[in-house]
Design a protein around this ligand. Structure first.
Ligand code: PMP
Length: 405
């Protein structure tokens, strides 16, 4: 019997539900380049919404590198890396990243997301255990879901809880009581919703005590923490003690992509087995070349990171002075806590009318009562832009009864 009803009609109901709960997020359309000043939905505004920490998305040296790569190598790579998609540009970028990170080797992926979903299931199986911080990024969670290894979650940044999990795992062992082949402790370097930093020295010490390996996802630490933005391992002086570092090329590096840095054997195994690497086309030449140039810029222009941190300190201090709760952030990711999602959405809308683009983050990305406006200042924001943004926060805060200052 033929039916004319739409089999996907339930989607309309679900969308309606999201709207009713203020959890529906419309896409804002940007008609300018990324930067500290953008045009969004036809309105000029100061952006506090990008991850473009150092302003590299529009850096002249990256633009030139991308254009030259298009001229010399074309628009696309044409295949996955293992078939005919590995170019000198990809290899050069990986050599530069390995040198930058101080590791034997690196392997790039199409995104930070696929780096995590590539590496975790490749190196873990049923005889292993993955131990993960409770607030790790969605891509780590998906990577664990794709693995055959069981997993344990420890309370956010709680080293005692981590030690308890590791001690128990060592005692109980894996299937049949046999010792685990690998226990992998995974943590974000910088947690992307709260902007707090993982206590990596404690994580590494606990892992070493119980013979576990550490993997840190430095998506929000790449280009932000450590010498010239080398990440949390460099920031804490833990070179050689963290087996796997994941980084992104999509945020401070200003382009697109992710990478896994570690041993030569790790890279080789990922080339053989990591599914996003094996089954999805490699970066276009422009992306690889612009990322390569970005690593040079990180080395040549440390003043960008200094400016980022100057802006961060000033913006946080001023928000606090105005009476806003900026949570536990220690990095340029500065949440402005709002509580209910309806308040966060209203606040963001009013900021937008005042010429400031700062997006709300609501459930399920954060807890139901943990809605916030998530802000990131960048090295490209001028003092005057930050003052204007702060004045808008102050006005809207008073209007909605949120700022106590
Ligand atoms: N890991 C973490 C901790 C992140 O915050 C993000 C991006 N939100 C990613 C991975 C994914 O990175 P990419 O945007 O390069 O896919």
């Amino acid at each position: 019997m033929k039916t004319t009803t739409d089999p996907l009609a339930f989607l309309d109901d679900e969308l309606q539900d999201l709207r009713r709960q203020n959890l529906y997020r419309p896409l804002r359309v940007m008609s300018s380049a990324q930067g500290p000043l953008v045009e969004v939905d036809g309105r000029q505004c100061i952006s506090l919404s990008s991850n473009d920490y150092l302003g590299l998305t529009h850096h002249p040296r990256l633009r030139e590198a991308a254009l030259a790569a298009v001229r010399d190598f074309g628009a696309g790579s044409g295949a996955v890396r293992t078939i005919a998609g590995t170019m000198t540009l990809h290899e050069d970028l990986e050599a530069a990243l390995a040198e930058f990170k101080g590791t034997e080797a690196t392997l790039t992926f199409q995104s930070g997301f696929t780096a995590n979903t590539g590496v975790i299931p490749t190196i873990t199986g049923e005889n292993d255990l993955i131990v993960s911080d409770a607030l790790n990024h969605a891509s780590i969670i998906d990577g664990m879901r794709l693995s055959k290894a069981p997993r344990k979650i420890y309370a956010h940044k709680d080293i005692d809880a981590l030690r308890d999990v590791l001690a128990e795992a060592r005692k109980a062992g894996g299937p049949g009581g046999k010792p685990h082949r690998l226990i992998l402790v995974v943590t974000d370097g910088v947690f992307s919703m709260d902007g707090d930093i993982t206590p990596l020295p404690g994580v590494v010490a606990a892992a070493e005590e119980f013979g576990a390996a550490v993997m840190v996802d430095d998506a929000h630490a790449s280009g932000v923490l450590g010498r010239n933005g080398r990440g949390t391992v460099d920031h804490f002086g833990l070179h050689g003690r963290v087996a796997i570092q994941v980084g992104t090329l999509s945020k401070a590096v200003g382009v697109l992509g992710g990478y896994v840095a570690g041993s030569r054997a790790l890279r080789e195994m990922l080339v053989q087995r990591a599914r996003p690497f094996l089954f999805s086309t490699s970066h276009p030449p422009a992306v690889a070349a612009a990322c390569r140039e970005a690593i040079r810029v990180l080395e040549d222009e440390p003043q960008l990171i200094e400016r980022l941190w100057e802006n961060t300190r000033r913006f946080k201090a001023e928000l606090a002075r105005l009476g806003f709760d900026t949570g536990v952030s220690e990095t340029p990711i500065t949440p402005v806590m709002m509580g209910e999602s309806a308040v966060a959405s209203r606040f963001s809308e009013r900021l937008f009318e005042e010429g400031v683009f700062a997006q709300p983050v609501v459930y399920p990305t954060v807890a139901l009562d943990g809605a916030r406006i998530r802000t990131i200042v960048t090295a490209a924001h001028s003092d005057e832009m930050l003052d204007r943004a702060l004045a808008a926060f102050d006005r809207v805060g008073h209007e909605l009864g949120l700022a106590a200052g």
